[in-house]
Unconditional design. Structure first.
Length: 682
């Protein structure tokens, strides 16, 4: 019995949920002519029978699902016998089933455990038998329906089979089961991209980048997210340029503004940018928000993002790391809150008028996650800021009233502290009067933004405001001057590398005279600034102990020596060159020193890229290739084995690493199969 319109069917990837076939054939958004449109009995679908403007059938919202014919099975109600789908896809599945019956002598596929089925599915995936892998993952999910990895792997199959709608369902199920698994967010992003939901795809890909530990994968995900944002803006531009259609939000604007937008292309373009949450003034903020050279060589944490992906340091992303402000991506709404607009323009009279009418919105967040005070601070509007503070504006960030739980797929564990910091905005504006006003009212100068962990002094350094740098150090001294960010970089280190139009050496001298100390991080920043030898000479003038061969070795606040910092560098040739130089100039006695986390430079190198050349240089200098690392007692082989880093594994073995050496749990190291390079599944 064949599947046909009106047939009752079950969908395995939706837990054998039932529905009625309403459509058979090809779809415009994916390859193949074996698509089935199903009206589900329950609202567990993704659409109403229409996808990306094309209607294939009609049903209630959230009841429509599209799936490959091979993943749909007839319900027993269609026949007294258990009918099977008559199609090439089902024949392929039957063949795959027969093949699996003979694998490893395991007998019937149905009798195998979920873990065995997953491994068999992985093998099918690697062999590019995506239909077979899909069937095996589906059978495994029948046994373990809340398994995030199984849901994610089946989503990977569906993506390969050009079925983004169902891939999205599985990816969201994976996120629901394990919110901090980066591959769930990655596959959700890829599915959304295939569905032309570019902004939401960028959000998911950025979330994945926040969660992944490997720098190369993180950069690749950020590159994908940037591409999605560019496609989203291109799509909006095409829509704006079309005479036959205009943005839906245009009708909601006041008639005079809407008329001006229709007649003035430049004004329309500006509105479009604002609707994307990236108005012209905000775009400038973002462009100058970092103002620094490539700092990836200085320590752990997020590397500088690709151009166009770098929000200002005040625009947090929740879990730390790179990304796009979620509020703007999810709710691209034009700024129309009167109090916020008045504060943004510095219209103190209008601010007072709005506060007199209703002061309850003084701490309200707009669609950019900003309070009226944040806008006033960014513009340097001191009188407006003072009026807002007098009316009860909080000088430090406020939390959104929205609630978020681990079960909320829509927010995906969004950090409610993901908002602007008024003091950072004031520093960026360059207004010393504004900064003093906030500090006098109790603003916390050590408050860190969640992306790189910069405090107000970091912000002053990278904004190039030397007078504010000195003022902050005069007021708070070394307690602020030596405070490190999430990557172990102090404001003094940042001053050695940040793009700075003024007299850098004068700035460094002023910071040191006000209590900033020359730590290992500062010296390392100077060593890597090879084009400006004057920095190193100045540091050694300010502190004669600031030397590579200092004994005891210089350290950062996190206990890292110069060798630890060099071991974190990328690419390999830079790390190798810097480590060789340090060893030749006096660091060899410290090659096995541990940082505050209990890791040696070789251990840190293994946690990063584990370049074989770096491992060989350190080992030749006396690094212990079997030394326990960190609280877990993992050996270097454990670290690279868990990362499936075969080149590093082979290099360590050649250097004398012991395959039988155990960690504190008594487990020996194991080189995990590297499926990620081939198919990115688990």
């Amino acid at each position: 019995m064949q599947v046909e319109p009106g047939s009752r069917v079950r969908l395995a990837h939706l837990g054998d949920a039932q529905g009625t076939v309403r459509f058979l054939g090809s779809v415009h958004y994916a390859k193949g002519d074996d698509w089935v449109g199903v009206e589900m009995d329950d609202p567990i679908g993704k659409n109403n029978g229409s996808v990306k403007g094309q209607t294939y059938f009609s049903c209630n919202d959230k009841h429509g699902v599209f799936a490959r014919l091979g993943s749909v099975k007839l319900d027993a109600a269609n026949s007294s016998n258990k009918a099977k789908v008559s199609s090439s896809s089902s024949n392929n599945n039957n063949n795959n089933n027969n093949n699996n019956n003979n694998e490893d002598g395991a007998g019937s596929v149905e009798n195998r455990s979920a873990d065995e089925l997953k491994r068999a599915g992985n093998e099918r995936f690697v062999a590019k038998d995506f239909e077979g892998a899909l069937m095996l993952y589906s059978m495994a999910l029948e046994q373990d329906p809340r398994n995030a990895i199984l849901c994610g792997n089946r989503a990977a199959c569906l993506l390969e089979l050009d079925d983004p709608e169902n891939a999205l369902i599985d990816a969201e199920a994976a996120i629901d089961a394990q919110p901090d698994w980066w591959k769930g967010h990655m596959r959700r992003g890829k599915a959304l991209k295939m569905l032309d939901e570019f902004e939401e795809a960028a959000h998911s890909l950025t979330k994945a980048a926040e969660l992944v530990s490997d720098m190369q994968q993180r950069n690749e995900l950020l590159g994908l997210a940037k591409g999605c944002l560019q496609m989203a803006m291109q799509a909006d531009s095409r829509q704006t340029a079309s005479a036959s259609s205009e943005p839906s939000w245009l009708a909601a604007l006041p008639p005079d503004i809407a008329a001006e937008a229709r007649s003035n292309p430049e004004f329309m373009a500006a509105l479009m940018e604002e609707m994307q949450g990236m108005g012209m003034d905000m775009g400038m903020d973002m462009g100058m928000g970092m103002g620094m050279d490539d700092m990836s060589h200085l320590g752990d944490g997020m590397p500088p993002m690709p151009p166009g992906m770098m929000p200002g340091m005040d625009m947090g992303m929740g879990q730390g790391g790179a990304g796009i402000e979620k509020q703007r991506l999810k709710r691209p709404v034009l700024l129309v809150l009167p109090l916020h607009e008045a504060a943004k323009e510095g219209d103190t009279e209008k601010v007072l008028s709005e506060l007199q009418d209703d002061s309850t919105g003084v701490n309200e967040l707009d669609s950019h996650g900003r309070t009226p005070l944040a806008w006033a601070c960014l513009g340097g509007h001191v009188d407006a800021a003072r009026a807002l503070i007098d009316a009860g504006a909080a000088v430090d960030p406020v939390k959104s009233n929205a609630k978020s739980t681990s079960e909320d797929l829509g927010d995906e564990n969004e950090d409610e502290d993901d908002v602007a910091i008024p003091l950072h905005f004031a520093v960026r504006s360059g207004s010393k009067e504004m900064v003093n006003l906030l500090l006098d009212k109790g603003a916390d100068p050590e408050l860190q933004e969640p992306i790189l962990g910069h405090n107000a002094l970091h912000q002053a350094v990278k904004s190039g405001h030397a007078d504010l740098v000195c003022a902050l150090l005069d007021r708070f001294g070394a307690s602020l001057g030596d405070k490190e960010d999430l990557r172990g970089i102090s404001p003094f280190s940042l001053a050695c590398t940040v793009k700075y139009a003024g007299d850098r050496l004068a700035l460094l001298r002023d910071m040191h005279s006000r209590g900033a100390s020359v730590s290992a991080g500062v010296l390392f920043a100077a060593l890597t600034r090879v084009e400006d030898e004057g920095i190193l000479a100045l540091l050694q003038e300010l502190d004669p102990a600031a030397r590579v061969d200092a004994n005891p070795a210089l350290r950062t606040a996190s206990g890292a020596t110069l060798l630890h910092l060099a071991a974190r560098m990328t690419p390999a040739k830079d790390a190798e060159s810097q480590i060789k130089s340090l060893l030749q100039n006096g660091m060899k006695p410290f090659v096995n020193d541990l940082d505050s986390n209990g890791c040696s430079p070789l251990g840190v190198a293994c946690q990063r890229k584990a370049y074989p050349g770096v491992l060989r240089i350190l080992a030749k200098a006396g690094a212990d290739v079997n030394a326990p690392q960190g609280a877990s007692g993992s050996r270097p082989l454990h670290i690279v084995g868990n990362e499936s880093n075969e080149p590093a594994w082979e290099a360590l073995l050649a250097l004398g690493a012991d395959e039988t050496a155990t960690d504190l749990e008594g487990k020996p190291p194991k080189l995990r199969p590297n499926l990620a390079d081939k198919c990115c599944i688990m």
